[in-house]
Design a protein around this ligand. Structure first.
Ligand SMILES: Cc1cc2nc3c(=O)[nH]c(=O)nc-3n(C[C@H](O)[C@H](O)[C@H](O)COP(=O)(O)O)c2cc1C
Length: 173
């Protein structure tokens, strides 16, 4: 498991190669296996694989999403705020779990933050996405996970760089 955690790096360059059906099914299972507070399961997901839509959604914020247009797949992670007051935590867990499953399948991925991010001065990225994808009022958008075959290689995180001083024993010191 630690090797997988080290290998997972944010990948923002993707090959123009479709993801096999079996791998897409595995990604769906990973999302649906994510734990949630009180097992409420307030999340829903939109899989985007249409180039035109991916291109449109890649414009959802000024920085940090443009590479989405090159991804084979994007998973939009939604939380129903009427079902759970901790949908943010649930959505974050599902987001990282699908990233780790992608890595296990030899796919690259990157988290694109949507919650609290702006499309422009007057509009939130979430509202831009909700309009484009016809998302119901009660759903909030936490993240979009871009996924595809890697077209860049990054070294696994080196254990030497882990900052163990952030871990405290028995009290904060
Ligand atoms: C909550 C969260 C939000 C992020 N938002 C973005 C984003 O909007 N755009 C982006 O390119 N990367 C985003 N990232 C990726 C981080 O920049 C990346 O994980 C971090 O720099 C560490 O690099 P690594 O993932 O390769 O280890 C996000 C990551 C997290 C955990």
């Amino acid at each position: 498991m630690l090797d997988l955690f080290k290998k997972r790096r944010s990948i923002r360059k993707f090959k123009q190669k479709p993801i096999e059906k079996e791998k897409i099914e595995a990604l769906k299972k990973a999302l649906l296996l994510a734990p949630s507070s009180r097992n409420i399961k307030p999340l829903e997901f939109i899989f985007l694989d249409n180039k035109e839509i991916l291109n449109d959604i890649s414009k959802c914020k000024p920085h940090g999403a443009i590479f989405l247009k090159e991804a084979a797949l994007a998973v939009v992670v939604l939380g129903d705020e009427n079902k759970s007051d901790v949908w943010v935590e649930d959505a974050s867990i599902a987001s990282i779990i699908v990233q780790l499953e992608a890595e296990a399948l030899e796919l690259g991925s990157c988290w694109i933050q949507i919650r609290n991010r702006n499309y422009n001065e007057n509009k939130m990225a979430e509202d831009y996405i909700k309009e484009k994808l016809n998302i119901k009022e009660n759903f909030k958008v936490e993240s979009i996970i871009a996924i595809g075959y890697k077209d860049e290689s990054k070294n696994p995180t080196d254990e030497e760089n882990l900052d163990f001083s952030k871990i405290h024993i028995n009290k904060f010191d």
